[in-house]
Design a protein around this ligand. Structure first.
Ligand code: PGA
Length: 305
């Protein structure tokens, strides 16, 4: 059958509205043009598609059949158009992402794999602490945010994509480094270097110790994970960090993870965006990519005790 899409859409409209006149109006055609397209279709089909009863028209059995197929074909075509439109967007999109400072240890690996799949999308990444990420979300400044515990005061979609265990770190020569099952209370005798007040890691650590009834002696406060690690190496105290931030130090033996009862503190990383935000094709692609690929691309560093 050598039919055209034009004939099918004219037929679909006339069959749906059961009127050539209304089909002509809907398609901005003249009534004779509609009749002609349908007559040509009937010639191709070798069957009548409509029957006239007085001034009204009805579909014949062949008309009913062809109506179902026309709808399916036109629906698929529309869907194909949408997919192609979305792909056009993905070729040239821009994406601005905020990430927690600790996420920055693995975010580049995710971004590199994403860029390979969508080379035309320009990505910009800003890494900062939890408090600043919350500001970014409330000001609607970023397309997507990768962070720890999502804030409750903003209406958000939040999907977990990776584990984020928090561990106690010490320099390799520390007296507790060789001990097993260190009781949590024992940590009360140590000094801890801690992150700044807006840090999600710090909030999680403080919440954990408060719930367990352990009061920590805190020493120096630092705004970056890197500074925390250097301070611990230098013997200024112990600290609690995400295991993602110490992958290299564990490999080279520069820091050790203490075997403390109740640890690791179990946290997760979330992909977050405002609930009423319409994600651009690029943002949608990044979201789908992170949720489906993060588990394959990123392995959790292993802490040997
Ligand atoms: P942060 O990391 O400690 O750098 O704020 C975010 C988080 O762990 O929630």
């Amino acid at each position: 059958m050598n039919v055209t899409l034009r004939q099918l859409s004219v037929f679909e409209s006339a069959a749906r509205l059961l009127s050539y006149t209304r089909a002509a109006e809907e398609l901005h055609l003249s009534q004779p043009a509609v009749s002609m397209q349908i007559r040509q279709l009937e010639d191709q089909a070798g069957l009548q598609l409509f029957e006239k009863q007085g001034r009204t028209i009805h579909l014949t059995e062949a008309g009913h059949e062809l109506f179902q197929y026309s709808r399916a074909i036109l629906h698929d075509l529309h869907e194909a158009e949408e997919v192609l439109e979305a792909l056009k967007g993905l070729k040239t999109g821009k994406l601005s992402i905020g990430v927690a400072s600790t996420v920055n240890y693995f975010a580049p690996r995710l971004l590199a794999a994403f860029s390979q799949r969508y080379p035309g999308i320009k990505l910009s990444l800003e890494a900062t602490n939890r408090e600043n990420l919350v500001h970014m979300l409330s000001a609607n400044e970023k397309d997507l945010v990768l962070m720890g515990r999502p804030p409750e005061q903003i209406d958000l979609e939040a999907e977990p994509f990776l584990e984020n265990p928090l561990v106690v770190i010490a320099p390799p020569g520390h007296p507790l480094a060789s001990e097993r099952h260190i009781p949590l209370q024992r940590l009360g005798e140590e000094t801890f270097v801690i992150r700044e007040a807006g840090s999600g890691t710090r909030a999680a650590m403080e919440g954990f110790f408060t719930r367990q009834g352990v009061t920590l002696k805190t020493g120096m406060q630092m705004t970056r994970n890197e500074a925390i690690k250097q301070a611990v190496r230098a013997g200024l105290g112990l600290s609690v960090v995400s295991i993602h931030s110490i992958e290299l130090e564990l490999e080279t033996g520069r820091l050790v993870v203490l075997d403390v009862a109740g640890f690791p503190i179990k946290r997760r990383w979330f992909l977050v965006y405002r609930r009423n935000k319409r994600l651009s094709p690029a943002a949608g692609a990044f979201k789908d990519f992170v949720l489906s690929e993060a588990g394959n691309l990123l392995s959790l560093p292993v802490a040997a005790h």
